[in-house]
Write a protein that binds this ligand. Structure first.
Ligand code: ZN
Length: 167
């Protein structure tokens, strides 16, 4: 049974809040709306430069530096001609803004000399990787990001412990 507050709403509804961890440096969310270090990959979602309705799922594996870029429907990116495409470059650049170069390089096990570009220090080749998992993680992430900075309850977050916030 759900605990009710005096005004009839469930108590957790008053406590759910989103706290977004700020990036190391400001990021351009419109260009790379989602980036994460997860599942042994730097992976994320990159907006198409030409088609506003299209996004690419890009990933770089830790260790092997195998990379992939495809649309969220698993259509291969046309920009992968033997080297990382502009989406992968954008992903890596945004990851560095989000996590800092040291952390990203460590995660990918890449040697990045002072002043070098992370992408230029990767020695992997193109290997197909499924986009669906990354894309669905992005959609879940987006569901929270789309919520404007607000004090309105977010029911999906109700399982997070309340921090004693009361109105
Ligand atoms: Zn691409």
């Amino acid at each position: 049974m759900i605990e009710r507050s005096p005004d009839g709403g469930a108590v957790w509804e008053q406590h759910s809040r989103v706290r977004v961890v700020p990036p190391v440096q400001p990021r351009k969310l419109a260009k790379v709306p989602f980036v994460e270090l997860a599942d042994g990959r730097l992976q994320g979602v990159v907006s198409s430069g030409s088609d506003i309705g299209r996004v690419y799922v890009s990933s770089i594996a830790s260790g092997t530096h195998a990379y992939n870029c495809s649309t969220n429907n698993n259509r291969p990116c046309g920009g992968l001609y033997g080297s990382p495409c502009k989406h992968l470059r954008a992903l890596a650049a945004e990851a560095v803004l989000q996590y800092g170069l040291d952390r990203v390089a460590r995660y990918l096990r890449a040697d990045v000399p002072e002043g070098a570009d992370l992408v230029d220090c990767l020695d992997g080749s193109h290997e197909p990787a499924p986009a669906a998992m990354v894309f669905s993680r992005f959609l879940r992430h987006l569901a929270y990001l789309e919520v404007p900075d607000t004090t309105v309850p977010i029911p999906e977050l109700h399982w997070f412990p309340a921090a004693g916030v009361r109105r």
